[in-house]
Design a protein around this ligand. Structure first.
Ligand SMILES: [Zn+2]
Length: 123
């Protein structure tokens, strides 16, 4: 069973995140992995590519359900490392997850953007 202390993502979560990234392409997908492991997609209200902005109301709804453990978003045509914008826009102490469609990878970071774990070649 998923636990916050695991600081990991199970294979079904990585596959689900990759599928969400695929569906939103060429826009980035974004959302939460909650403290019980449930993935809650949040609408990306940013028009521009290669950047994301989470729908405020949907964030509040998700937080009424459970506490987020991590924020995820996708990179469509760049590697799965935080951009300057990602670092500048972060305002939470949640873990961070970047799904890269280009690399077909998922990277899990702590709130200071240190890599905890990375998975490649996710189908
Ligand atoms: Zn990014």
């Amino acid at each position: 069973m998923f636990s916050v202390k695991d600081l990991e993502l199970e294979i079904w979560q990585r596959q689900a995140l990759m599928a969400l990234a695929d569906q939103s392409s060429p826009w980035e997908c974004c959302g939460f992995v909650m403290d019980n492991g449930v993935i809650i997609p949040i609408q990306n209200i940013e028009d521009e590519l290669a950047i994301y902005r989470m729908h405020p109301g949907e964030q509040i709804q998700a937080m009424a359900y459970r506490m987020p453990w991590a924020v995820y978003h996708s990179h469509v045509s760049s590697r799965g490392y935080p951009s300057q914008t990602d670092k500048a826009m972060q305002r939470s102490d949640y873990h961070q997850i970047i799904v890269s469609l280009m690399e077909h990878s998922v990277r899990l970071f702590d709130p200071e953007w240190r890599i905890i774990k990375e998975w490649g070649s996710i189908s």
